[in-house]
Design a protein around this ligand. Structure first.
Ligand code: SF4
Length: 438
């Protein structure tokens, strides 16, 4: 049985730079499903982000570690004092891990080991392999916790409870700090991004000289003013999603929607109890593309859901052929302990699931290849993820990190991670684009 989300208590000491580091670690912990708590007592572990600039700061840091050891006992130390681990080890040999400043990835690895995150294979918000923090140029921004839906294959509401939206002002301040720290692309995540603010009746909160409502459109508009790429994940096709498409057409936020459709057959969707009226979805997609022809839609699907008939599956394939989604992931249904879906109907035999999965992937590959082929000859913007001596790996606006495809960029001048460059696309293969920096 999956455990509830582990709770982390976080102590942040030191200068504004250290605070930015703390923000980044906290953002990524939230993205992985951890909960933050204000007290050491009852937390699964404590992270102390230390400062070692002056002797007095060192003493304060050691004091904070001592307190965390006494009140909790499971402590990870990071930050400037982490650069001198001997001093800490000498006083507190029981500390779980010590990492230096800006070693975000090591902190997360230590947290994952000491208190593994709870996991739902179908709906995890971050890639299975976890959040890699080495690239500093993109970051996940979690805007709410929990979920008001009750999809039958999902245990998130049981684990994390109903939707709790963060006030828009808080989210925007975090986003602004990320951008100031060098983040060039913000990936907005939550269990149901389009439901943002429903729980607080879209209450307004202060942001700069104005009030901003805790609402999907208002938040998207403000995020679009921060000067970074903004990518929306886990959006359900509620009617008000239409309102953000013009922001995409104007270039304020990326022309990208990650909509986990999970299926298309009305009877399977009903059995899944999925949010969003699917009947008119194809019409809606058509309209969105009229407003923003460059819109990329990515989605995930589940095949072999209990009770899925061959007819349901064929319906899904026909729907896919019409929807022409840019990027698609597909899971074979597996029972998640505690999910009502397991009781709905007899399980579909594994060989049928496998066979449907292969047919699905083959059908989608043909769609993706055609879409990618249509990009050849265009000049598009791309963000560099992994610079190379002659060819760098990056992504266009149509691709999210870790889950979508890449663009391989040949360049005479050296490129750096996070650079946004114009690329002339010269060829496409089944998943990726290849081009030259211009
Ligand atoms: S929308 Fe459905 S699948 Fe997603 S977290 Fe909520 S209940 Fe789970």
């Amino acid at each position: 049985m999956n455990a509830p989300a582990p709770k982390i208590s976080f102590v942040s000491l030191g200068c504004p730079k250290a605070l930015v580091d703390s923000e980044r670690i906290i953002t990524q912990l939230r993205a992985q499903g951890y909960e933050l708590t204000k007290t050491h007592d009852g937390a699964d572990l404590v992270i102390v982000n230390t400062c070692g600039f002056l002797d007095s700061a060192k003493a304060e840091s050691l004091g904070a570690i001592g307190e965390a050891m006494a009140e909790n006992g499971k402590v990870i130390v990071t930050g400037c004092m982490g650069a001198e681990p001997e001093q800490i080890r000498e006083r507190f040999p029981g500390v779980l891990a010590i990492t230096g400043p800006q070693q975000y990835e090591s902190v997360l690895a230590a947290v994952n080991e000491a208190a593994p995150p709870s996991h739902d294979p179908f709906i995890d918000l971050v890639p299975e392999q976890g959040v890699k923090l080495t690239p500093r140029h993109y970051a996940y921004l979690k805007i709410s916790e929990g979920c008001n839906n009750r999809c039958t294959f999902c245990i998130i509401p049981k684990l994390r409870g109903d939707l709790v939206s963060r006030p828009a002002g808080d989210v925007l301040r975090e986003a602004e700090r990320l951008v100031k720290a060098g983040v060039k692309e913000i990936l907005v995540i939550s269990q149901d991004t389009s439901a943002y603010g429903v729980d607080v009746k879209y209450a307004a909160s202060a942001w700069k000289d104005r009030e901003v409502r805790t609402r999907f459109l208002d938040l998207s508009r403000e995020l679009g003013e921060l000067g970074a790429w903004v990518r929306l994940h886990y959006v359900y096709p509620y009617p008000h999603v239409d309102e953000v498409i013009p922001l995409m057409a104007e270039g304020k936020i990326l022309p990208y929607l990650d909509i986990p459709f999970q299926h298309a057959s009305p009877s399977v969707l009903k059995a899944m109890r999925r949010p969003g009226n699917q009947e008119k979805t194809l019409d809606r997609i058509r309209k969105w593309r009229e407003i923003c022809p460059d819109l990329a839609i990515r989605s995930t699907f589940i095949v072999g859901f209990p009770g899925e008939t061959e007819q349901d599956f064929q319906y899904l394939l026909d729907w896919l052929a019409e929807a022409k989604l840019d990027r698609v992931g597909c899971f074979r249904f597996e029972p998640v302990a505690g999910a009502p879906a397991n009781e709905i109907a007899d399980p579909i035999p594994q060989e049928v699931k496998d066979e449907r999965w292969h047919r699905f992937m083959k059908a989608q590959q043909a769609v993706s290849a055609r879409i990618l082929g249509s990009k050849v000859g265009r000049r598009v913007q791309a963000i560099v993820d992994a610079p190379g001596p002659t060819v760098s790996k990056g992504r266009t606006k149509w691709d999210a990190p870790e889950i979508d495809g890449s663009v391989y960029i040949a360049s005479r001048r050296p490129l750096r991670a996070g650079d946004i460059v114009t690329v002339k696309i010269e060829r496409a293969d089944a998943y990726d684009l290849h081009g030259i920096a211009v």
